[in-house]
Design a protein around this ligand. Structure first.
Ligand SMILES: Nc1ncnc2c1ncn2[C@@H]1O[C@H](COP(=O)(O)OP(=O)(O)OP(=O)(O)O)[C@@H](O)[C@H]1O
Ligand SMILES: [Mg+2]
Length: 161
């Protein structure tokens, strides 16, 4: 964990899918209602794998489907509602409003948003921006705080690296 002023950053090399899931479990530790994450990275970078790891760690035992076609999946967890979005198929940012998603930012849910650029300007602001990069057969992950709340969150769940 690297900290300068009020920005916080956490980076890891993820050798395989299990490492991505395990890092998701680590990120799940400090989740709290109202946090918004943008999940960035190419097709197949591991965004959904990370979300799956988070949900497993939060005790969700059901199937975690990619919301590629549905745009969103929601999970009722004991402590909060978790929304997982995949906006890849959106043609126009206004589809975010048309789908009725404008109220997700009510402070009661955690929102994890894949392909946030597809609805740029309409989304709730990010607290944490996660970037996954494909490197050979593995992945690199970088989490950056985008708000003071996001910085406190990363300080709580990312041990020094
Ligand atoms: N650290 C890793 N090293 C190698 N392979 C990985 C790693 N993490 C995940 N994978 C694999 O990469 C693929 C990632 O798929 P996933 O659906 O999670 O990507 P995604 O970023 O959500 O893609 P999309 O933008 O299409 O939704 C899966 O096949 C998974 O097994
Ligand atoms: Mg995905």
């Amino acid at each position: 964990m690297h900290k300068t002023d009020d920005t916080a950053r956490c980076r890891r090399h993820l050798a395989d899918e299990a490492a991505t899931s395990a890092f998701g479990a680590q990120l799940a530790q400090a989740l709290a209602p109202g946090l918004t994450f943008y999940l960035e990275g190419d097709l197949g970078a591991g965004k959904t794998t990370l979300v799956r790891g988070m949900l497993r760690a939060l005790g969700y035992g059901g199937r975690v489907k990619s919301p590629t076609y549905t745009l969103a999946e929601s999970y009722s967890l004991p402590a909060f509602e978790l929304y997982h979005f995949d906006l890849y198929r959106m043609q126009d940012p206004r589809e975010w409003l048309d789908a009725g998603f404008r109220d997700v930012d009510d402070g009661r849910a955690v929102s994890l948003i894949e392909w946030p650029d597809k609805a740029a300007g309409w989304l709730p602001p990010a607290d944490v921006i996660v970037r996954l990069t494909i490197v050979d057969d593995a992945r690199e992950i970088e989490c950056d705080a985008a708000s003071s709340r996001g910085a406190r969150y990363l300080e709580a769940c990312c041990t020094p690296c």
